[in-house]
Design a protein around this ligand. Structure first.
Ligand code: CO8
Length: 258
């Protein structure tokens, strides 16, 4: 994989970890980091040997937002003309399951990047927030939409209008993260989850991810229809035959991704 300046990419078996690595700026998301995260995620997504990706930062910061120093002088014409931060949306099109492992600050674009992951694990020191309003802007990478869908209108309005931060426990109570673990267990827990997902059938995991994501994109009736069609399609795979045979024969399934 390419030699990156702002991230570190490691592979272990069928999983990979992308670590944001600009400690001097609390992992503030500048354009270089955006290009590198997207390149790494898309390359891993193309690799059928990788069944799950962990996205993480440092103990102090997952990411403290978009790089304020880089964007401070942008004009409307530059922001609109260059579709500032629009490319991050490509991460939502990665089909391999992505687990966000958040410690420390996940603010602004950092919170939005976390919400682009499929499921979120938080360390007990994690802090989430959308402080854009304090800078004279609003969330620009899905915060007003994904946060509202994740935690509901009342809390999303509270965070987006006041810029207040919430801790890991409130984030879990609100449905933003699926688990909170002690800081020292964050990465091992995220990797265990990644390994478990990667031990399943990759095409089936992709179908499952797609079906859950449809709940955010479409009507209930359309979502149910898509789910049922995908369920039926699963019977075209060898992995469905293997999974059900393994259950009946009382042995672990060995999925091949076919
Ligand atoms: N951009 C640039 N530099 C940053 C950022 C940032 N977002 N956050 C921290 N830094 C830098 C600081 O400037 C400082 O650098 P230096 O030592 O050179 O002065 C270094 O990181 C350490 O930060 P602090 O000294 O401030 O550390 P503290 O522990 O005192 O405070 C905080 C930590 C509370 C996280 C504080 O740094 C802070 O408030 N940061 C800004 C948080 C913020 O407002 N984020 C939202 C940014 S706007 C945004 O994200 C818009 C989203 C639109 C889409 C984004 C797509 C990616």
């Amino acid at each position: 994989m390419t030699d990156f300046q702002t991230i570190v990419v490691t592979r272990t078996g069928r999983t990979a970890t992308i670590t944001l690595n600009r400690p001097q700026a609390l992992n503030a998301l500048n354009s270089e980091m955006m290009i590198e995260v997207l390149a790494a995620a898309e390359e891993l997504d193309r690799d059928p040997r990788i069944g799950a990706i962990v996205l993480t930062g440092s103990d102090r910061a997952f990411a403290a937002g978009a790089d304020i120093k880089e964007m401070a002088q942008q004009t409307f014409a530059q922001a609109y003309g260059g579709d500032l931060f629009g490319a991050w949306e490509r991460l939502a099109r990665v089909r391999t399951p992505v687990i966000g492992a958040v410690a420390g600050y996940a603010l602004g674009g950092g919170c939005e990047l976390a919400m682009l992951c499929d499921l979120l694990i938080a360390a007990d020191n994690a802090k989430f927030g959308q402080p854009e309003i304090t800078l004279g802007v609003i969330p620009g990478m899905g915060g007003s939409q994904r946060l509202t869908r994740a935690i509901g209108k009342a809390k999303a309005m509270d965070l987006v209008l006041t810029g207040r931060q919430i801790g890991a426990d409130e984030a879990e109570r609100s449905g933003l993260v699926s688990r909170v673990v002690p800081l020292e267990d964050l990465l091992s827990t995220a990797r265990e989850i990644a390994e478990r997902i990667a031990s399943m059938s990759l095409p089936i995991a992709m179908l499952a991810k797609d079906a859950v994501n449809a709940a955010f994109e479409t009507t209930l009736a359309e979502g149910i229809r898509l789910e049922r069609r995908s369920f039926h399609a699963a019977f075209a795979t060898d992995d469905q035959k293997e999974g059900m045979a393994a259950f009946i024969e009382k042995r672990p399934a060995e999925f091949t991704g076919s």
